[in-house]
Design a binder for this molecule. Structure first.
Ligand code: FAD
Ligand code: NAD
Length: 465
């Protein structure tokens, strides 16, 4: 230790980095975490998961009151939007949670090195003018918005914005055009639609939510359309010009063809995110990136340079906070000589629209490519709790191997799909068959009973349909 300032230095305090730092310190390693942002918590806590969920939750209540869902239960209200207060509670949530990480750092004796770190060699970085040497360095620098050529984001002007700008809009846009029908576009598009905006989603592919199960993508499109969201699929945006307080977009069919224009009060660019490696001085450390700009690691999160590890959005895999957290824990455990493992085949993903959309494991399309499958489906309309709660949209789908019955994937669209998917992930982690789920007693009346019934449907014997 004599030569080193720290056993572990983590670069970046997002869910990957801060969790790795805390775990390393818990394991008795002298740990520091470099973070250039004013507050800890990374994208997720500052401008991602948490603030978006604060706006989704609040706007859900607004729509339930305004849109008649409450009236159907005998509650008549005429809601008035106080957007300032709605933004205030979002900022409070962020402040509370980012401050909480600062407290956890102090409690676990993790030193926060304030500033952006840059490698000067394989075991040394410079942070805020100071050289810091560490036996192990974990790169957890996360990701940033992918820019779209011809569409310049300026969050201050509030006309063409990225997700950070879309969280901060000072007024509800008349017309919001969302470029990219992925997770961010549908979540933040839902927020502003619920608060009164007309929302048009322009998606390059022939369906929204690439990567999800085909049935789920189709059903999600149908439900969101019913709610008033408009979709322009197989369409690309080639240019966006700001004219006064509006933007004029030029659209073309993805396959080429005649251009059309579309006017918007706000344009949200949400076509994906790219890893943060610029300015890190990776070359000084002897590291390079792959074609997608990611840092490659082995199963234990080791990079090609001994002593340097990488986790989270900066490495291949889904860009999700819980994946980054689990990698952070496993990486710290591996550094401490333990066996840290992440099962990348069982990483749930959730889209927090209404209803929520969630999945874990293989899609039906992927599973069929690998062999014969059995599929069980159960509609939420036939689930007593969902029906009683006036939440009839969606379904659960269980995909199992035809021979072994082992569950390969579970997909749900349901008001609380994000909570329901946890039991599917746990079952799959334990190698469950569809029969295991079908014969597990589920509390009644709960939305989760739909997972049991879908599992029963794998062998053709659901009760309530
Ligand atoms: P990040 O959270 O990006 O953190 C990296 C940190 O490193 C940043 O704070 C950055 O300032 C810092 N950094 C970068 N370079 C340096 C340097 N050289 N020196 C020091 N510090 C540096 N995921 C979910 O699972 N659920 C959700 O609901 C969800 N919602 C999202 C909503 C939005 C609007 C967005 C944008 C993302 C959302 N995500 C969600 C994705 C999630 O935020 C990321 O997957 C997650 O934050 C990745 O964690 P990370 O630790 O790898 O990186
Ligand atoms: P995404 O990859 O989810 O979706 C991007 C969409 O844009 C895709 O549908 C893609 O086909 C489309 N697209 C790409 N180029 C286009 C173009 N030129 N014109 C029109 N459409 C185009 O990316 P995102 O929504 O920006 O989210 C970024 C990341 O953040 C995702 O990886 C996601 O996992 C993460 N995130 C997760 C959550 C969550 O877990 N609930 C929420 C928000 C963000």
């Amino acid at each position: 230790m004599a030569d080193y300032d720290y056993d572990v230095l983590v670069i970046g305090a997002g869910p990957g980095g801060y969790v790795a730092a805390i775990r390393a310190a818990q394991l008795g390693l002298k740990t520091a975490c470099a973070e250039g942002r004013e507050t800890l918590g990374g994208t997720c806590l500052n401008v991602g998961c948490i603030p978006s969920k604060a706006m989704l939750h609040a706007s859900e209540y607004f729509e339930a009151a305004a849109g008649g869902a409450m009236a159907a239960m005998g509650i008549k209200v005429k809601p008035e939007l106080d957007l300032g207060t709605m933004h205030g509670q979002r900022r409070d949530a962020v402040k509370g949670l980012t401050g909480g990480i600062e407290f956890l750092f102090k409690k676990n004796k993790v030193d926060w090195l304030k500033g952006y770190a840059q490698f000067t060699s394989a075991d040394t970085v410079e942070v805020a003018g100071k050289s810091v040497r560490a036996k192990n360095i974990i790169i957890a620098t996360g990701s940033s918005v992918t820019p779209l050529p011809g569409v310049a984001v300026d969050n201050d002007k509030q006309v063409i914005v990225d997700s950070t700008g879309a969280l901060e809009l000072a007024k509800v846009p008349g017309h919001m055009v969302v470029i990219g029908g992925g997770v961010i576009g549908l979540e933040l598009g839902s927020v502003w639609r619920r608060l009164g905006a007309k929302v048009t989603v322009v998606e390059f592919l022939d369906q929204i939510l690439p990567g999800m199960d085909g049935d789920v993508r189709k059903e999600a499109n149908k439900i969101l359309k019913k709610q008033g969201m408009e979709f322009k699929l197989k369409t690309k945006v080639t240019k966006a010009e700001v004219k006064g307080k509006k933007a004029v977009l030029t659209l073309e069919p993805a396959a080429g063809g005649d251009a059309e224009t579309l006017e918007a009060d706000v344009v949200l660019v949400s076509i994906g995110r790219r890893p943060n490696t610029d300015g890190l001085g990776l070359d000084k450390a002897g590291l390079s990136v792959n074609q997608r700009g990611q840092i490659e690691t082995d199963h234990d999160f080791r990079t090609s340079v001994p002593g340097i590890w990488a986790i989270g959005d900066v490495v291949p895999g889904p860009m999700l906070a819980h994946k980054a957290e689990d990698e952070g824990i496993a990486c710290a455990e591996n550094i401490a000589g333990q066996t840290g493992i992440v099962n990348h085949d069982v990483i749930p993903s959730v889209v927090y629209t209404w209803p929520e959309i969630a999945g874990v494991g293989l899609t039906e399309e992927q599973a069929k490519e690998r062999g014969e499958v059995k599929v069980g489906k159960f509609p939420m309309m036939a689930n007593s709790r969902a029906k009683t709660n006036h939440e009839p949209d969606g379904f659960v789908k269980v995909i199992a191997d035809a021979k072994s019955d082992r569950v390969l994937g579970v997909w749900c669209i349901a008001s609380v799909a994000g909570t329901m998917i946890a039991q599917a992930a746990q079952a799959m982690e334990f190698g469950a068959t569809s029969e295991d789920i079908a014969y597990t007693c589920h509390a009644h009346p709960t939305h989760s009973e739909a997972i049991k019934e879908a599992a029963m449907a794998v062998t053709g014997k659901p009760i309530h349909i």
